[in-house]
Design a protein around this ligand. Structure first.
Ligand code: ZN
Length: 391
């Protein structure tokens, strides 16, 4: 099970002076290219899905593939919702198996940013999921991703960073110190002094957005000052676009598969270059040993009902499925009845939680309490309930 707790993963990077690549993916070619590169480099990796990219793919469908890829590989992986826009987005991301959440409310005033971030941290931590906040603003300048981030740069200030981290409880902080989303124009000017001061003040893993286009030395300077995760997309998109243009020139009549020929490998080569540059290559084994394995808990209830008809039982079950599946941290609810009529317990709930932290937050959630007290327990006195940590 190579899915790991992302907080552990980035803490390891922070303590050992390297950065994990968080590569945004927009298709299966990206997914395979990124995973293949991480495997070749024996490196931890973050598979990142940006809410601003959801117009390009179906988030729910692609997450099935992302989870499959993460489960199948041997290198440590975390799955991150990048630039989550709201509490609802964060809850949905967790339900679809993201185990790290970024909340991007950096375009709002500090008090609103703190208030929204705090709500999301509270919800996500109750699910065992770490949160990345952003302070200051990383704008878009040029390239495919630039229009998603309009406006001017706002540098992160040290005092606001300290206040924000203390008051929200975020696990990682994205900072604005001179990088931009999309392509850089001219030589990037990064404020390393500011970064050093922020790192000294907050002492948690820092994140750089707009990682494309920096020099080898600039990356090293960032990592030396607490940057433990680098978000990277534009360059992957650019090399993929170049590959497609070359395919079209080489064979003007190329169809879809002909145009995409080699795209996966091209992305993979660029990811590999970054992984080696940022110092995470060869660390998979140590990271796996350091991190909590990220595996769901199955909350299993077997029970009998008394005093209601079969139809009323199905109504109760359907109502429960509908309500309980909205509780943060619930991945899936399966219900069923025994195949053999004379089995001791006739019905079951199998509720999959993303992490064992959800055992408590689910039990204490108002929706669960209301359902259990009014619809379930009064008719299901005979029951056994056990939480199983899956492997
Ligand atoms: Zn970003």
């Amino acid at each position: 099970m190579p899915l790991v707790n992302m907080k552990d993963m980035l803490d390891h990077a922070y303590q050992n002076g390297y950065a994990v690549g968080a590569f945004d993916l927009v298709s299966l070619d990206f997914l395979e290219g990124i995973i293949n590169a991480a495997e070749r480099c024996d490196a931890p990796v973050v598979l990142s899905l940006a809410e601003s990219h959801f117009e390009y793919f179906d988030f729910e469908i692609i997450m099935s593939a992302v989870v499959s890829a993460a489960r199948r590989t041997n290198v440590p992986v975390a799955i991150h919702l990048d630039h989550g826009e709201s509490l609802e987005s964060a809850i949905k991301g967790i339900r679809l198996s993201c185990n790290g959440i970024m909340i991007d409310s950096s375009n709002q005033a500090l008090t609103e940013n703190i208030s929204l971030t705090r709500d999301i941290v509270k919800m996500a931590h109750a699910c065992g999921v770490p949160v990345e906040g952003e302070l200051g603003y990383v704008p878009g300048v040029e390239g495919e991703d630039a229009e998603k981030h309009p406006g001017e740069i706002m540098y992160t200030t040290v005092s606001e960073a300290k206040t924000y981290v203390e008051q929200t409880g975020v696990d990682f902080l994205a900072v604005s110190i001179g990088t931009v989303h999309g392509r850089m124009q001219g030589e990037p000017q990064l404020d390393f002094f500011r970064l050093q001061e922020i790192n000294d003040a907050v002492n948690i893993p820092l994140v750089i957005h707009g990682g494309t286009g920096l020099s080898d030395d600039q990356y090293q300077q960032l990592i030396n000052r607490g940057v433990s995760k680098i978000n990277y997309y534009t360059s992957l998109s650019d090399v993929a676009g170049l590959c497609i243009r070359e395919n079209s020139q080489r064979g003007p009549l190329n169809g879809y598969t002909g145009l995409l020929n080699g795209v996966k490998e091209t992305i993979s080569i660029e990811v590999e270059r970054c992984i080696k540059l940022w110092g995470s290559a060869g660390r998979a084994k140590k990271v796996l040993a350091y991190c909590e394995a990220w595996a769901p808990v199955e909350h299993v209830i077997i029970y009998n009902v008394h005093g209601i008809s079969k139809d009323e039982t199905m109504t109760m079950i359907n109502e429960g499925k509908k309500t309980l599946s909205t509780i943060p941290g619930v991945l899936e609810i399966t219900t069923g009845h025994s195949v053999q009529e004379d089995d001791a317990y006739h019905y079951t709930w199998i509720i999959r939680f993303c992490h064992r932290a959800v055992i408590d937050s689910y039990r204490n959630h108002p929706l669960h309490i209301a359902f259990a007290d009014t619809l379930f327990r009064p008719v299901a006195g005979e029951r056994i309930s056990i939480d199983y940590q899956t492997h």
